[in-house]
Every structure is written in structure tokens, then in C-alpha cells.
Design a protein around this ligand. Structure first.
Ligand code: BTX
Length: 325
């Protein structure tokens, strides 16, 4: 890291000039191969380089962080994102949000980190959350609702994230019930909703959102390389994480209020317009076994309806969806 610091200083001094590999090696006191490796490391941290043959390297963009200042500047929402708890590196933003919610965090509080070391998915799965390249955040909301309505809020969130991605990148993401957002069939976003509630009232809902933003396709680890993508990989453009977060806060706030004031119906229509698997043959893997059939839509509660071959319509509350043949 001392060496990388020296490289960064050299690039800073060079300003708009390119620095050759040899020159950098001299400054850092290492081999050119080592320089190249360090440049790769810096790239993973969010630096964007321009490399020109015979001239060398130049930094065209330094990593942007997602600190409260960056997010607060120009923010147009009223309550979502008005209180931001930022950390560079955490195990999981969900964990922190749960603690803050217990301690009385206000409606709309957001916990965000530049890196998660043990990001969580559903059912104890893990969520890969490398430094600087994604949005890893948890939003605390305090709706006055019974706990059984919580799954609807996952769907509200999915619509908000899709709209924000569309607005900021021009891409057309689709939703796979209940909580995946896909681009070209690959997962770019996962949503995890958790509750603090008693039998008839939600105290806090903690909505975890993980979005792959600026990873290159090669950056994904082997296990998810074929199922995952990022906004950069899909659009060819780096995306400002802070701007995307702002857009999500504004959209989510609007849809959340629509939902509280007018119920799930208007959200349902929007959700269905973005849904990937409606009308298709799917297999829903549930804890009680597979359900196979045609995805018909969602109920007013946000529950998935599947038409089986025998004509029976099954309601699925929780499952992983696979597209059938
Ligand atoms: P999920 O259970 O639907 O998806 C988890 C599965 O997705 C993993 O088993 C793996 O196959 C795949 N996967 C893991 N990481 C990635 C990734 N970066 N991109 C694409 N696919 C991946 C989805 O759970 C809910 C994820 C919520 C993550 C947020 S991040 C902020 C907050 N904090 C936290 O710990 N979790 C949430």
C-alpha cells in the first residue's frame, strides 16, 4: 500500500501527462510487472485508468465514495436518505441498520458502506460486496402496517430501483419475483427485507439493497461470474453511485407514499410491467418442494400465482424462481 500511495502521488503530480510503466517502476522502486499488478489493484478500488501504447498510464477518474456529503449534495428526497450512516467497511449494513433501528433511528435512515465483508442474501446466502464498485445499503422505514404486508415493500423497492436504474443508465432492467433485478438475464441487484415487529405491527422494516455498479465482468468471482452483471458491464459506462442512490431515494419515497396512501394496487401494475417471468413457464423452488407451471402474476398481497398443468392455481409466498423449458 505504501507503494500504491507513491504511485498515486506520482499520478497526481503528473496531472494530465501519461506516465510510462518504466517511469512508474523507477518511482516505486519495483519491477514493471509489479507496477502493472498495482494498477490492477487500484482499478479494483475504483480508479479508472487510460492506457495508451508507448505513452503509458493516466488516471482519468478516482474512486468516488458514498459518504453523507456526496449523497447529501443535491438530494431531493424528503426523508429517505436524510440521515445517512456511512462506513468504509462493514460486515453487513443490515446488521448495523438492525442495531440503529433498535436504538430508535428515524424513518428513512440509510446505512451505507463502500465494502461489506460478509454481505447477506436470503436464507443465509452470501452477497459479494467488493470495495467501491457497488451500492451496499440498508434503508430503515417505519410504516404503520401489520407484518404480513412486508413482502409488498420488497416489491415496492424493486420497482423504485428499476426506475432509478432506467433513469440514470438508460438500461431496461427486469424484475424476477420476488427480489432480483436482472439485466440481460443476469442479476445486478438483490433486495433483502427484514423486520422488527410484533404480532400485529411493524416497528421497523430494514430493506437491504445490493447493486453491482462499476465492476467489470471479469471482476466477479467464479461462482457468480455467469449469473451476475453490473451496470458498467451492461451499459459500458461507469455510473456515479451517489447519483444512483439519490435517484433511488426519490423514487422509493414517492412509491412508498403512494403505497401507504392508495394501497398495493398501483404498485402491482407497475411491478407487473417490469416483471420478467409473467406468462412464462417457471419452476418455483420452495422449502416444501418444486412447483411447476405458468407464472400468472401476483395477488394484491404480492404473492406469486402459478398455474399448474393440472389446472390448479398455486400461491407461492417464498421461493427461488427458475425459468422452465
Ligand atoms: P439472494 O439470496 O436472492 O441472492 C444471493 C445469491 O446471489 C448468492 O447465493 C449468489 O448465488 C448470488 N450472488 C451473490 N453475490 C452476488 C452479486 N454481487 N451479484 C449477483 N449475484 C450475487 C439477494 O439474496 C439479496 C442481497 C441483498 C444484499 C444487500 S447489500 C446491503 C445489505 N446488507 C447485506 O448484508 N445484504 C443487503
Amino acid at each position: 500500500t505504501e507503494l500504491r500511495k507513491r504511485l498515486i502521488e506520482a499520478f497526481t503530480e503528473a496531472g494530465d501527462e501519461y506516465l510510462s510503466g518504466q517511469h512508474l517502476a523507477d518511482i516505486a522502486g519495483c519491477s514493471r510487472t509489479a507496477v502493472w499488478k498495482h494498477i490492477e489493484e487500484l482499478r479494483k478500488e475504483g480508479f479508472v485508468f487510460e492506457a495508451v501504447k508507448k505513452k503509458g498510464y493516466k488516471i482519468v477518474k478516482a474512486p468516488e465514495k458514498v459518504t453523507p456529503d456526496e449523497i447529501g449534495f443535491g438530494l431531493k428526497s424528503e426523508f429517505i436518505g436524510r440521515h445517512i450512516h456511512y462506513e468504509e467497511k462493514v460486515e453487513s449494513t443490515q446488521k448495523i441498520a438492525h442495531r440503529l433501528a433498535t436504538e430508535g433511528a428515524v424513518n428513512g435512515t440509510v446505512v451505507v458502506a463502500d465494502e461489506q465483508t460478509s454481505g447477506r442474501g436470503r436464507m443465509d446466502r452470501s452477497w459479494h460486496s467488493p470495495k467501491f464498485s457497488g451500492i451496499w445499503m440498508s434503508i430503515i422505514l417505519r410504516p404503520n402496517l401489520p407484518p404480513h404486508q412486508a413482502p409488498q415493500l420488497t416489491l415496492v423497492t424493486a420497482v423504485a430501483v428499476v426506475q432509478a436504474i432506467e433513469e440514470v443508465t438508460g438500461l431496461n432492467p427486469q424484475i424476477k419475483w420476488p427480489n432480483d433485478i436482472l439485466i440481460d438475464g443476469r442479476k445486478t441487484t438483490g433486495i433483502l427485507t427484514e423486520l422488527q415487529a410484533d404480532a400485529d405491527r411493524i416497528h421497523a422494516i430494514i430493506i437491504g439493497i445490493g447493486i453491482n455498479v462499476n465492476q467489470s465482468q471479469e471482476d466477479f468471482p467464479e461462482e457468480i461470474a455467469r449469473i451476475a452483471t453490473s451496470l458498467l458491464a451492461a451499459s459500458g459506462k461507469t455510473v456515479s453511485r451517489a447519483s444512483l442512490m439519490q435517484e433511488i431515494f426519490v423514487r422509493l419515497e414517492k412509491l412508498y407514499l403512494t403505497y401507504l396512501n392508495h394501497g398495493f394496487q398501483p404498485i402491482k401494475l407497475l411491478w407487473e410491467s417490469y416483471a420478467l417471468s409473467l406468462g412464462k413457464e417457471i419452476i418455483a423452488r420452495t422449502v416444501a418442494g418444486d412447483i411447476k407451471g405458468k407464472a400468472l402474476g401476483i395477488t394484491d398481497e404480492g404473492v406469486l400465482k402459478i398455474l399448474q398443468e393440472d389446472g390448479e392455481v398455486r400461491h407461492v409466498y417464498s421461493a427461488d424462481i427458475h425459468l422452465g423449458e
